[in-house]
Design a protein around this ligand. Structure first.
Ligand code: CA
Ligand code: CA
Length: 173
């Protein structure tokens, strides 16, 4: 049940005892903040914590998984879109989550497009996600995008960027 991001719960107590000093005595109420963990959300987990593909053989693909955080009231489809299909492609293009498989990670594979064109040492591509569902919580949800680092085949430049690029250069240069 979704009850908002958080709400307070008041627990009252009253003692029962054969000791007349304690029987029926009022005990101070306890109020606790309860965080609702039933809020609709989509979790994206990048393998190794980042997404990087390289035009150099051996590094063409990378993957990440997608799961829902709550049981949807209807099927949820998530469209996966590459910001530049001339640079990277995605597969599959659509993920479908049901009340039966919502918590099972579905894998998206990112594949670099080998174009034999020197485009500089690396570029960042955005992979975006858009949900559709009869479940209003999921049809309106904002899903984080994935940033894929694309290393060019002609790259010989110094590795000065993020850890993902550095690892790639160590591995593939
Ligand atoms: Ca990865
Ligand atoms: Ca290229």
């Amino acid at each position: 049940m979704d009850q908002g991001s958080s709400h307070s719960v008041t627990t009252s107590h009253r003692a029962t005892s054969s000791d007349s000093h304690y029987n029926g005595i009022a005990i101070r109420n306890v109020t606790a903040m309860v965080t609702d963990n039933d809020r609709a959300a989509v979790t994206i987990t990048e393998s190794s914590g980042f997404t990087l593909v390289s035009e150099v053989p051996g590094g063409h693909t990378d993957t990440y998984t997608v799961t829902l955080n709550t049981v949807p009231t209807g099927d949820v489809t998530i469209a996966v879109e590459s910001g530049d299909t001339g640079a990277v492609t995605v597969s599959p293009a659509t993920l479908t989550f049901t009340a039966a498989n919502w918590s099972t990670g579905q894998t998206v594979t990112i594949t670099v497009v080998e174009d034999n064109v020197d485009q500089g040492s690396y570029r960042s591509m955005t992979i975006s996600h858009r949900a559709a569902s009869v479940d209003a919580q999921y049809s309106t949800i904002s899903i984080p995008s994935v940033t894929a680092t694309v290393v060019d085949g002609g790259s010989t430049g110094p590795c000065t960027a993020s850890s993902g690029v550095q690892r790639c250069c160590l591995q593939w240069r």
